[in-house]
Design a protein around this ligand. Structure first.
Ligand code: ADP
Length: 288
């Protein structure tokens, strides 16, 4: 499967330019869409998922033009939206059967096989009789994936799926997604840099509706290697440093502000070189 997005643009009625000339290519594997809140990630994902239209440009899934072949695309598509509403008083098994019927899997034996396989795959088989309102955040997200996989999709879209998950749940979720991505295009959006680092073979950083960088995360880090320097500074001096250097990131280390800057040459002045990270790549694009 190949997904190609060509010059996609969308302006909402209120004038917000949510997508500006987005072009991306994706094939089987994990594709990470990284960007701050409001960057346009959900708009892009809803458009790929056939839930809203763009103003300009097109999306091709192999030979299918997505906007003009919505039903055909939906048969190939699984989607886990940012807010997935679950029916709290039902068990995982009952709800999954119910959703499978809605997706047209009417043969009971076939449906039972599919539902059981998905409960196993998402590690929910042992809790299948439990009501969803007792599920942890991670279990709910895994259930969300189970329902998105009911029609055996070739393209799976998951919008900010790790928000609110603890590290263990997050890891379990990563493993599940990367297993699915072996023979599926999985598009995954997040504002958390670590999510991408752990998971994705390809990524795009989007900001204010535009793709500002795309590629393989390790290659993008490599391009920045040797150019990142850090220094512990006094809080009051931050603005002065921002005037003199390209400050890409500021964080606290043991309560003291540490800045990262990008520079082609060694700036001396107390700066020390550090290994470039994906966080540096991200902030060098976002904090421009
Ligand atoms: P992200 O998912 O990266 O947080 P969104 O796609 O949700 O970004 O939003 C992109 C921009 O479009 C934001 O400025 C947001 O406020 C705006 N936006 C999103 N949906 C709508 C809508 N239905 N009507 C008007 N503006 C919207």
């Amino acid at each position: 499967m190949q997904l190609t997005i060509n010059n996609l643009s969308k302006t909402y009625d209120n004038g917000v330019k949510a997508l500006q000339n987005i072009s991306l290519e994706m094939s089987n594997g994990m594709f990470g869409l990284l960007g701050p809140n409001g960057a346009g990630k959900s708009t892009l994902m809803r458009t790929i998922a056939t839930l809203q239209d763009a103003d300009q440009g097109n999306i091709m899934l192999n030979d299918l033009e997505v906007q003009t072949n919505k039903n055909a695309v939906r048969r190939l598509l699984g989607y886990l939206p940012q807010q997935f509403g679950v029916y709290p008083k039902m068990s995982a098994e009952v709800l999954l059967h119910h959703l499978a019927v809605l997706k047209g899997i009417t043969n009971k034996k076939e449906r039972t096989n599919i539902v059981n396989a998905l409960l196993h795959k998402t590690n929910l088989y042992d809790v299948k009789k439990q009501s969803l309102d007792g599920f942890s955040g991670g279990m709910k997200q895994r259930f969300g994936i189970a329902q998105a996989l009911l029609n055996n999709p070739k393209l799976l879209i998951v919008d900010e799926p790790t928000a609110g998950l603890d590290p263990k749940e997050r890891n379990r979720f990563y493993n599940l997604l990367s297993e699915i991505a072996e023979n599926t295009i999985v598009i995954f959006s997040t504002h958390i840099v670590d999510d991408i680092k752990e998971l994705c073979t390809n990524m795009a950083i989007i900001n204010k509706g535009k793709v500002v960088l795309k590629g393989n995360p390790l290659e993008l880090i490599h391009q920045l290697e040797g150019k990142v320097y850090q220094k512990v500074i006094h809080r009051n001096d931050l603005n002065r440093y921002k005037d003199s250097y390209k400050v890409i990131n500021e964080k606290l280390f043991l309560g003291k502000p540490v800045i990262h800057i990008v520079s082609d040459t060694n700036p001396d002045n107390g700066f020390t070189p550090v290994k470039a990270s994906l966080e540096d790549v991200y902030f060098s694009q976002i904090n421009n």
